[in-house]
Design a protein around this ligand. Structure first.
Ligand code: NAD
Length: 361
């Protein structure tokens, strides 16, 4: 099979973790006799520096031509004061929208060998295994009108949270089949006690749930969910939520998994006749300027994103499972990066990538 992949390293630790993810992808391709065709593009701060825009047209073209896109992270401190249109993060919103990837899957697992890396008590995190399904191309991050107007005491800022029925239906139809293949439980998270937007969310999710009678649905307010994720994370199987709530809640996953560097993600759009998804694959973490360029970053979130790419965009389940098993083996070996607080000397980003390849065999 030909694996035609666009690689966007981005900023900070993005290129470092992506390099290891590509190493693993090439290794898998060699072992299972696939051909990898990689193209590289610019996104985020590096794209602003080189082209003046965070999401160049060339990147949009390359992404449209690729079967799947692998992304590192974006964000550079030098653009912190720039207007939203000129910030690296705009590139992220741009590529998600251009690819139409509306469902963001963020698996959160507490690996038995990493329980001590979590600041929570082991008995609380042990057995945690959930997927947060976040709506990715709607809601307050995209709604209009938006902007800041007026001056002085008259200054006013507006953002708009909008959802339509089809937007809620399609992401729900990703979440319920996922639950079917797991513990058959969806928890839909909203703020329906305050927001009309959430009232529509709850109504539509409840309607879609009727198509999946074997899957249990419960609803939870987002503030309670933030608490339950820490108090009782094992109760969750699939967490289905809108864009901003998912963004915020999924960072709590970092506390459960021991480090934000552990968390992969898959953003899925249209499905091809073959069943393969249009997909954008990236670790959940940002550009981590505090450790950039030091060969210290944990690449396992990026490598886990390659496993997701193999599964969702290429339907290569055996290869995907081999990468996931190798990640577990590396974690058990204790040769991990500093964020996971190893008992011995921490491994480098590169060493972790090499160890994953070695464990794949
Ligand atoms: P961050 O995720 O970059 O870093 C938060 C903390 O986690 C830092 O201490 C960092 O060192 C650590 N960390 C992150 N990834 C790690 C890894 N792989 N291994 C080890 N430690 C890791 O979040 P932040 O500091 O809030 O944001 C930094 C920049 O990244 C900002 O410009 C922000 O806008 C951007 N950002 C981008 C994305 C993305 O590209 N998807 C996501 C979040 C933040």
């Amino acid at each position: 099979m030909e694996l035609n992949v666009l690689v966007l390293g981005g900023d900070g630790i993005g290129p470092e973790v992506t390099r290891e993810a590509v190493r693993v992808l090439r290794h898998v391709a060699e072992k299972w006799h696939h051909r990898v065709r990689l193209t590289e593009g610019l996104l985020g701060g590096i794209a602003i520096q080189k082209t003046g825009t965070p999401f160049p047209e060339e990147t949009a073209r390359l992404a449209a031509e690729a079967d799947a896109t692998l992304l590192g992270a974006v964000g550079l401190a030098e653009f912190d004061q720039a207007p939203p249109e000129k910030r690296p993060e705009k590139g992220l919103l741009g590529i998600r929208q251009a690819l139409g990837v509306y469902a963001n899957l963020r698996p959160v697992r507490a690996y038995p060998s990493q329980l001590d890396a979590s600041p929570l008590k082991n008995h609380l995190v042990e057995g945690t295994d959930m997927i947060i399904v976040r709506e990715l191309t709607g809601g307050i991050y995209y709604g209009t009108p938006r902007g800041i107007t007026g001056e002085g005491a008259e200054t006013r800022a507006v953002n708009t949270m909008t959802y339509t029925r089809p937007e809620i239906e399609r992401v729900s139809r990703v979440a319920f089949p996922l639950a079917r293949a797991r513990r058959k439980k969806v928890t839909s998270v909203d703020k329906s006690n305050v927001l009309e937007n959430s009232q529509l969310w709850r109504r539509v999710v409840t309607e879609v749930a009727r198509e999946f009678p074997d899957v249990a649905l419960d609803h939870m307010l987002v503030d309670n969910c933030a608490m339950q994720l820490i108090l009782n994370p094992r109760r969750f199987d699939i967490v289905l939520t809108e864009n901003m709530f998912g963004d915020i809640l999924s960072d709590e996953g970092a506390v459960l998994a021991g480090s934000i560097g552990m968390l992969p993600s898959a953003s899925l759009g249209a499905r091809r006749p073959s069943g393969a998804w249009t997909g954008l694959y990236e670790p959940v973490h940002g550009s981590a300027p505090d450790i950039a360029g030091q060969n210290k970053a944990n690449p396992l979130g990026a490598i886990g994103s390659v496993a997701a790419m193999l599964a969702y965009s290429f339907s290569l389940q055996e290869e995907a499972a081999a990468v996931e098993t190798a990640i577990e083996a590396v974690l058990r070996s204790g040769r991990v990066t500093a964020d996971l607080r190893p008992s011995g000397a921490p491994a480098t980003t590169e060493q972790v990538g090499e160890s994953v390849c070695a464990a794949i065999g």
